[in-house]
Design a binder for this molecule. Structure first.
Ligand code: SF4
Length: 249
């Protein structure tokens, strides 16, 4: 698929999303949020669903959580325009509640088609629901910062998935924010790893010149994480998983 064809295919999916009435979430939306980014990227970030600002603007991750995501991308020398950003559900759940299973099922074909078009080397999931779409049964407190092969049925034919906390949760928890910067620092290495897998499998050559140099350290402005904070995070893993979904955006 040429870059032009890829862009056209993504625009077609976006147009279908904007007109979609396949689940109840269309009733309360201001604008659907199909996703945006570089059609030729090697890395796709997948969040959970639009929030208040995203619903108004029709763009993903533009609020405070989006600001943090951009800072984390900046810490590895990337900009949001270098990647593609999408969500598991494309319309805002009322009052930012969790998306329900039938809503995620109804919306899944859009993300699958986007991944088929983009053919990314890496799918970075942000939060528990997007992680569950690629690593069923996993717990984010246990697997954040780690990779797994992507099931080709997801649409990403030959990719690694990398799990991260949702930036909105990181905004409310300095220990998680610190860990999220550390997780993000691993992403260029995951891209290199996936490129090597794809080359060995005879898959497509890299389509970008995204830097994979070692990432900068987390910003000095972030307070060091006390060992006790890490310990309590581990002990409260399930609570964190739950809390991360209470006010996502
Ligand atoms: S959330 Fe997805 S399936 Fe539901 S109405 Fe919006 S685009 Fe359609």
């Amino acid at each position: 698929m040429t870059p032009h064809e890829r862009r056209a295919a993504l625009e077609q999916i976006g147009a279908e999303v904007s007109a979609c009435t396949a689940c109840r979430l269309h009733e309360g939306r201001t604008r659907a949020v199909p996703g945006e980014g570089d059609p030729n990227t090697e890395v796709v970030f997948v969040g959970e669903g639009p929030g208040f600002n995203e619903d108004r603007e029709g763009r993903p991750f533009i609020g405070r959580a989006g600001g943090l995501l951009e800072r984390m991308l900046g810490s590895i020398g990337w900009q949001r325009e270098d990647v593609f950003i999408a969500n598991v559900v494309k319309c805002r759940p009322p009052d930012n509640r969790d998306p329900e299973q039938d809503e995620m099922d109804a919306c899944a074909p859009f993300l699958r088609r986007q991944l088929e078009v983009l053919d990314p080397a890496v799918v970075v999931t942000l939060g528990r629901f997007s992680m569950a779409a690629f690593r069923p049964g996993a717990r984010i407190g246990a697997v954040h910062g780690s990779t797994a092969p992507v099931d080709p049925a997801s649409g990403a034919g030959d990719a690694l998935t990398f799990s991260m906390y949702h930036p909105a949760y990181a905004l409310r928890n300095p220990a998680v924010e610190r860990e999220s910067f550390e997780d993000m620092a691993k992403v260029p290495g995951v891209l290199l790893q996936s490129r090597e897998r794809r080359a060995a499998a005879g898959s497509a050559a890299p389509t970008t010149t995204m830097t994979t140099a070692p990432a900068a350290a987390a910003p000095a402005a972030l307070a060091p994480v006390a060992a006790s904070a890490i310990a309590s995070l581990s002990a409260a893993e399930q609570a964190a998983d739950d809390a991360s979904q209470l006010t996502l955006f």
